[in-house]
Write a protein that binds this ligand. Sequence first.
Ligand SMILES: *Cc1c(COP(=O)(O)O)cnc(C)c1O
Length: 387
Amino acid sequence: MPTNPYAWLQKSLATIHQADWYRSVKTIHGLPGATVDLEGQEVINFASNDYLGLAGDERLIAAAVAAIQEYGTGSTGSRLLSGHRELHRELERAIAALKQTEDAIVFSSGYLANLGAIASLVGKRDLILSDQYNHSSLKNGAILSGATVIEYPHCDVTQLTNLLIQQRQNYRRCLILTDSVFSMDGDLCPLPTILDLADEFSCMLLVDEAHATGVMGETGAGCVEYFGCTGRELIQIGTLSKALGSLGGYVAGSATLIDFLRNRTPSWIYTTGLSPADTAAALAALKIVQQEPQRRTQLWNNVNYLKQLLKQELPNLKLLPSQSPILCFQLSTATAALQAGQQLKDAGIFAPAIRPPTVPTSRMRISLMATHQAAHIDKLVGVLRDL
Ligand SMILES: *Cc1c(COP(=O)(O)O)cnc(C)c1O
C-alpha cells in the first residue's frame, strides 16, 4: 500500500502546535488607525506598520478611488507589455526625489523587490554578507541568487570586517545586505561604517529601508538621510506598505542600476504592474510625508513619551535596544509571549507576540503611530504594569 504523500502535513502542523508556534489570522473590521475593531473588540492598535496613520487617510482613499475611476482596477499586464501607466513613472520620480537618487523602480511588493534585486545583482561566483537578523525577503533573495551567503552576527562590524578580509578576494562581486531599521528588534544598522567598509572592499551595499521610509531622517527619506549618507552610492530598497499606507515595493539608486533592473529582474518583468489604486495612494502618501513633517514630529514625541514612561514605571522590563518606533521586550518562552499577548488583548491592547522561527527569542512587539494619543500610551503602560 503506498502511503498518503500528504499525511506529513498533519504531523507537521501538530509539531507546530506543540511548540506554541501555531499562527492564525485575526480579523480587523473597518478602517485602520490608532484604535481598531479587532474581532468585535475595540482595541488600541500597537501592531501596525502604519507609522504615520496614512492607511485610513481620506486623501489616500480619494486618490485611490480617482485612479480606479480613471484607469480601472487592474493594470492588466507586465509594465513592459500593457501594464505601464504614467502614474507609475510619477510615483518612481517621487520616490527618487525623496531619496535624492537618480531614479527608482516600483515592484508589486517590498518582498518581490528584495528577491528580484538581490538575485539579479549577484550569482554563483559572488559573495553575499548578510546581517543575521535581516528580513526574510533579504535572506530568501540571497538563497535565490545562488551566491555564497555568509551571515555576520547582528550589527557586528568587526566580524563583518574580518569576513571581508578573509573572503572578499575569493569572489567576483560582493553584496552586503542589511535592514536599516531591524523590523523585529527596532535597532538600527551602523550604516556609515558599513558604507565605508563597502567602499574599502569594493562591495555593493543594499539597505532595506522598509521601516525607515517616512519615519527616519529630517524629511522622512529614511536611515540613509538620518545618518547623513544621502548621495553616496548604494542600493536602497523599501516598501509602499508601511508608513506610506499603500501596497508595493521599490528600489532607489543610480539611473544605471534602475535601468539594469528593468531589463534583468524577473520579479518585475514577469509580474503585473502595480494597480492604479495602490500607485495613486502611495503617490498621495509621499506628498503628505513631505508636506506634513508634523506627523513625524508627533510620532517621535510618542516614542520618547513611551520610553520615558516605561523607564519610570517599569524599570525592570527587558526592553531591547531601539532607536525607532518599534519597541520590543523579551519574554522567556513562546508560551509566555502568547499569554502576555492574550492578557494585553483582554485589556484592550493589540500588540503581537513574536515567536520563533520569526525571531530567535520570543518577545512582545509594540509599534507606535503618529496618531496615538497620550491616553493610548498611558493605558498601554498601565496594562503592562499590571501583567
Ligand atoms: C515588511 C518588510 C518587507 C516586505 O515589504 P512588503 O511590501 O510588505 O512585501 C521587506 N523588508 C523588511 C525589512 C520589511 O519589514
